[in-house]
Structure formats: structure tokens, C-alpha cells
Ligand binder design. Structure first.
Ligand code: FES
Ligand SMILES: [Fe+2]
Length: 403
């Protein structure tokens, strides 16, 4: 983040700290319970948010370090994989073989039916595990051997590309990988991120290295999991033994870019620098910088220099698969460095999955009883109101009236 931007954010934070205030939303915001529990509402979300209208953040350039590298990106109705072609460009394909529909990469399952492999390296082609139809990294069907000429009648269509992998629009920009789950309308970074891509790009994502990832399934609506990242109000209570000793609940200074937002969650140490010259001020050393990349991803950049991408795959209205990826600024070079990243990984994942997501699962159980009509976001939780209002614009569901 540019230094002058950090100074501006800090000045704003210090003003709020002096006045014991925080940026406030213009009114309370009411969110009916069915937005977390109703299958019809869930269907509207899948169509409006994941149906191709808006591009989504799929990952970062370090997810595809070399030509032929690939990773899977599971979206509702769009099991995708992204790969880097021989010319260095990034492509996104449906992970569906055009013969009889097998998954093409990352097809092995564990005993519980979860996919085992989410990334890998191919050499020059992707070969289907079922009958070995083979596609090059540009998605072109290049081989269907051992078929006893059983597809001769299809040869014309094969030659004209009709049985190539189905691709969707994707874009690599500022070290980010954006993908459109359906359709080929080109992605425009400025238009589709409302300019946030350049703010994110200041972090130099292209220079990071993928470290590790984990997937978890939670019995909670996908939006509940995202909401945990969007306010500091809960830190004092829910995280009283973990984050609260170091982090401030308030102020949550934020900046919105269309449906997306940037907000540093500040540490108590942030005020220590007030008496030093502005040239020495830093937000990044005293905050976790969070980007909400609507609708389904949150990027957290804590002080220690790594970054973590949390994204959420809605499975059904009350079930969500969370994926967290850790990226580090350089490959691990010593045992001490490795130990540091392991510790950092443990802290982030244990607090967020063990405290936040456990909490959200108990909310889901309660909302599903239908015994309360909805939930209310305070004016001190502005990013929740902003997030839901923006989702409503895409699903066609306007703000609800406070009962
Ligand atoms: S399903 Fe892929 S080769 Fe048969
Ligand atoms: Fe939290």
C-alpha cells in the first residue's frame, strides 16, 4: 500500500480513536433469516452471484508458477481448473472431459469422497483418467487413441474444435487471477473490481509463492462465514483470549469499491507511532489488511508478510466448503523460517475455523429453527450492511425493512 495512503488511513483512524468513534453506516440494517436458510433465496444467489454476471477471484499468479501448472477452482455449477499455457497466458476450463464427462484433473477421491488433489503440474497435455482423451494446455482435443475408430463420425466436429474443453473468460492482472464462472465476456479489471485491483496490486502478489492450503466443510450458510471477517465488534468477546489482547475492535476504517472493500483491522500498537514523523508511519506493520472481494472471497494480509486467501464455495443453503491458501514472500529457506510460517498458519486457521466458523455454525442452527425473523447489523458494523446491500443488487433482492 502506498505510503501516502497509509498516512491518510492512519490520520482517519487516529481521529476516531481520539473521539472514541468508528465509521458508522447510515442506519441499522435488517437481514431476514431466510437469506441464510431459504433454498429459493439460495437459488437466486447462485444465479445472480455465481452465474457469470460478475467475475470472481480464483487465486493469484503464484498458484500457476510455470507453464502446465494447474489448480482447481470449484464454483457452484462450474467445476473449473485454471492453467498456464505454454505461452505463459492463463486459461480457465470446465474440468469436464468432452467424451463422457469425467473430471480431468484432480479426480482422485479419499475415503470420505473429498478430492485429494487440487493443484499439480502437467507437461504438455491433460489426459482424462477414464479413456485417455487428451487435451493440450490450450484445451484442444489432440488425442483419442485406442478407440477402434469409434468416433470417426465425430471427426469433422473434433477437427473444428467442437469437442475441445469448454473455456470461460479469465484474466491475470496485478498478480490476481479473475475468472467468470460462465460465459466468455471478457473481464475488465478496472470495471469489474471498481478499481480495487490496482490497490491490491500494490502488494505485488505476483512475487509471492504458494505455501499450502486446506479445505473444510462447515454447516453454515456461506455468507455467515464471510461475515466473520467484516467487523471488529466481536473481537472483544469471541476472541477475548486470542486476538483481543492485541487487536482493536474499533475503529474499522474502510473504503468501498463497488461491492468490494478494503479495511485494515488495526492492532493496539497502531497508536505507538503517533509521535514519530509521518514518514515513518505504517498501517501494514500495525494491522491485518483485509480485502473483501465480493461475493465469495476474503484476502487477509497480516503483519508478518504472508497473505491468506479465504474463499467459500456454497454447497447448499446451509453448507459451505471453505478453502484457505497461504502465500509467502519467498520460498522457505531455513528451518526457522519454516517454523515461523507453520506457527502463523496455525494461529490464523485455528482462530478463524475454531472460533469464528464454529460460532457461525451455531447461528445457522438457530436461524434454521425459524424462531427469529432476522438478524440486525448495527451502524457500527457498516461493512456487513454494505456487503449485503451490494449482493442484493445482483440477486434482485432489495434491502428489507426493519420490522
Ligand atoms: S470420459 Fe474422458 S476419455 Fe472418456
Ligand atoms: Fe473473528
Amino acid at each position: 500500500m502506498k505510503h501516502e495512503r497509509q498516512v491518510a488511513l492512519l490520520k482517519q483512524a487516529f481521529e476516531h480513536i481520539d473521539a472514541n468513534t468508528t465509521p458508522m453506516w447510515d442506519s441499522l440494517y435488517w437481514n431476514p433469516a431466510e437469506r441464510y436458510t431459504c433454498p429459493d433465496h439460495f437459488r437466486l444467489e447462485m444465479a445472480g452471484l455465481f452465474g457469470g454476471k460478475v467475475p470472481l477471484l480464483a487465486g493469484f499468479s503464484p498458484d500457476l508458477p510455470t507453464p502446465g501448472s494447474w489448480f482447481t477452482c470449484e464454483l457452484p455449477g462450474a467445476p473449473l481448473f485454471l492453467t498456464r499455457a505454454a505461452d505463459g497466458s492463463v486459461k480457465a476450463f470446465l474440468n469436464i472431459c468432452r467424451h463422457r464427462g469425467s473430471r480431468l484433473v484432480g479426480f482422485e477421491l479419499d475415503a470420505e469422497g473429498h478430492f485429494l488433489q487440487h493443484r499439480g503440474q502437467s507437461h504438455s497435455a491433460f489426459t482424462c483418467p477414464y479413456h485417455a482423451w487428451t487435451y493440450n494446455t490450450g484445451g484442444k482435443l489432440i488425442r483419442h487413441a485406442n478407440d477402434m475408430n469409434g468416433f470417426n463420425q465425430l471427426q469433422g466436429k473434433i477437427d473444428s474444435g467442437e469437442f475441445n474443453l469448454i473455456d470461460v473468460a479469465c484474466l491475470e492482472t496485478e498478480g490476481m487471477l479473475l475468472v467468470r464462472p460462465q460465459g466468455k465476456e471478457p473481464i475488465d479489471a478496472q470495471r469489474d473490481t471498481f478499481g480495487m485491483h490496482s490497490r491490491m496490486g500494490e502488494f505485488g502478489f505476483g512475487n509471492f509463492h504458494f505455501y499450502q492450503e486446506v479445505f473444510w466443510d462447515f454447516a453454515a450458510n456461506w455468507k455467515l462465514l464471510i461475515e466473520t471477517f467484516m467487523e471488529g465488534y466481536h473481537i472483544a468477546a469471541l476472541h477475548r483470549n486470542t486476538l483481543a489482547p492485541k487487536f482493536r475492535c474499533y475503529p474499522v476504517i474502510y473504503e468501498c469499491f463497488g461491492p468490494h472493500a478494503l479495511f485494515p483491522l488495526t492492532r493496539k500498537s497502531i497508536t505507538e507511532q503517533r509521535d514519530r514523523p509521518e514518514s515513518e508511519w505504517s498501517v501494514l506493520k500495525h494491522a491485518s489488511t483485509v480485502f473483501s472481494v465480493s461475493p465469495h472471497a476474503v484476502l487477509n494480509i497480516p503483519m508478518d508478510g504472508h497473505m491468506e486467501l479465504w474463499d467459500f464455495q456454497p454447497l447448499d443453503v446451509g453448507r459451505t466448503r471453505a478453502r484457505v491458501r497461504f502465500y509467502i514472500p519467498r520460498p522457505v529457506q531455513s528451518e526457522a523460517e519454516e517454523a515461523r510460517w507453520i506457527k502463523s498458519w496455525k494461529v490464523s486457521t485455528e482462530v478463524i475455523s475454531g472460533e469464528d466458523f464454529t460460532q457461525q455454525q451455531n447461528i445457522q442452527i438457530n436461524l434454521a429453527t425459524g424462531r427469529i425473523p432476522g438478524v440486525v447489523f448495527g451502524q457500527n458494523e457498516p461493512l456487513l450492511s454494505h456487503y449485503h446491500r451490494e449482493l442484493g443488487k445482483l440477486t434482485g433482492v432489495p434491502d428489507a425493512q426493519l420490522p
